[in-house]
Write a protein that binds this ligand. Structure first.
Ligand SMILES: [Zn+2]
Ligand SMILES: [Zn+2]
Length: 258
């Protein structure tokens, strides 16, 4: 029992530290210290309200507790025996360590898209996803701001990955850290993509902060997490997304030719 409490405390501590550090650094930079410098990149003109930040932080702490429970189940219960998680890096190659992280994002994106579509079903939405959508003008603190009934399926992606993809604990940790950094970027409230990004093939593949911000301000469309793939296939991408993105980037880089 003491062992379970010890492991739970370590995982909860690490999850909260990850959240407060990554969201906190983004918040300090963009909303406190350098808000004037990044002014033109602000996606919505609205000012953040203190009560929204408090709600986002409290719900995120609750989600961190749920994620801790799921992590404990995967790493420290008899379930681990049946997962594909491996402890020795040499069981697979070092290349696989990197490839497994990339593949985990593709799997997560697919899982998230369909789970997110389901959460928007009118009979489910009001009991679950409505909490996340109370952040109409999201801040970095909204990254884990979910109803407890949404936090469970959000966290269960780890269980799915553990059963279908051989991952080392380092790869799992990096997946959660990089995933949160991308999530914080999606809820940043500012666009920070460099101007040259628009002309690359990656613009057509990956999401930007404007992409997810539009999901928050319009409630429907742009359901994907990392990639534009599923929204484009399922015709759920907000039609004027690129127009919005271009307008904002023009504001950020007024003196540069398109
Ligand atoms: Zn949504
Ligand atoms: Zn969101």
């Amino acid at each position: 029992m003491i062992e379970i409490i010890r492991n739970a405390s370590i995982i909860l501590g690490a999850t909260l530290l990850r959240y407060f550090f990554i969201a906190g650094v983004a918040f300090l930079f963009f909303y406190i210290f350098l808000n004037k410098r990044f002014k033109t990149g602000k996606i919505q003109a609205k000012v953040l309200k203190k009560k929204d930040i408090i709600r986002e932080v409290l719900h995120s702490c609750q989600s961190a507790a749920v994620f801790t429970g799921i992590t404990l189940l995967i790493l420290f219960s008899p379930i681990k025996e049946y997962t594909l998680i491996y402890d020795n890096v040499n069981d697979y190659s070092y290349w696989w360590l990197i490839i497994s992280i990339v593949v985990s994002f593709v799997i997560h994106d697919t899982y998230f898209y369909w789970m997110h579509r389901l959460l928007h079903h009118r009979k489910i939405y009001k009991y679950t996803h409505v909490v996340h959508h109370r952040s109409i003008n999201p801040s970095p603190w909204a990254s884990y701001s979910f109803h407890i009934l949404e936090a469970i399926p959000e966290g269960l992606v780890l269980l799915l990955l553990a059963f279908i993809l051989p991952m080392h604990i380092i790869a799992i940790s990096l997946f959660t850290i990089i995933g949160l950094i991308i999530n914080v970027y999606g809820h940043l409230g500012y666009e920070i993509a460099p101007k040259a990004f628009r002309g690359t093939v990656f613009f057509k593949i990956v999401n930007t902060s404007v992409h997810h911000n539009l999901h928050h301000s319009r409630f429907h469309g742009n359901y994907s997490l990392y990639f534009r793939f599923w929204d484009r296939i399922m015709n759920t991408e907000i039609t004027d997304y690129e127009k919005h993105y271009d307008l904002l980037q023009k504001k950020r880089f007024p003196n540069e030719k398109a």
